[in-house]
Write a protein that binds this ligand. Structure first.
Ligand SMILES: [Zn+2]
Ligand SMILES: [Zn+2]
Length: 176
């Protein structure tokens, strides 16, 4: 079973993320929180990155209000935050957060694909609040279903700017 550190390292290097994907500044030098997002499909990590808050905001600021609102309303409507936060507080093992989808509660073992998100403070300590969390691919699709074509384009461009490989719509937009 993976430890929390193992879940949150870069699969590519086997080490903790060191730099922001976008501004390339070492994360420890950035006076802001940062996110680690990873997406797994059939046991393989297919996308991973760390992004600092200012860079994340620069991307989300480009999204239309309607698109942001559609994601917000999914998060509010489809996730039982009170229930989840109670469970999280009772659990002594943070890894249990990755055992089931935050929204539909499907166990990870029966998922073909899922994304995980974790937040770190500016000194590099894991922040425990609503994150870390795991969300399944079908719920990611539902979360992003209300995005406008223009907002999808912003996400596609983000992927194309920072990753090689065939351009596609997928990828876990864990920072939306
Ligand atoms: Zn950055
Ligand atoms: Zn789900």
């Amino acid at each position: 079973m993976r430890s929390m550190d193992e879940w949150l390292v870069s699969e590519e290097t086997g080490e903790a993320f060191t730099h922001c994907l976008c501004c390339k500044v070492p994360l420890v030098e950035i006076d802001a929180v940062w996110l680690v997002n990873k997406e797994f499909v059939r046991g393989e990590c297919v996308l991973e990155y760390a992004i600092c808050q200012p860079c994340r905001d620069a991307v989300t600021d480009q999204l239309s209000e309607d698109s942001k609102e559609s994601v917000r309303s999914f998060l509010e409507r489809e996730i039982d935050w009170d229930g989840r936060m109670k469970e999280f507080m009772l659990s002594h093992d943070l890894r249990e957060r990755f055992d089931a989808c935050i929204a539909c509660r499907t166990p990870r073992k029966s998922l073909e694909g899922f994304g995980i998100s974790a937040l770190f403070d500016s000194s590099g300590s894991l922040v425990t609040g609503p994150l870390p969390l795991m969300i399944c691919r079908p719920c990611i699709s539902r979360m992003t279903a209300g995005l406008s074509e223009q907002s999808r384009e912003i996400w596609r461009n983000f992927l194309a700017d920072h990753f090689t490989g065939p351009p596609n719509d997928s990828g876990f937009p864990g920072f939306l």
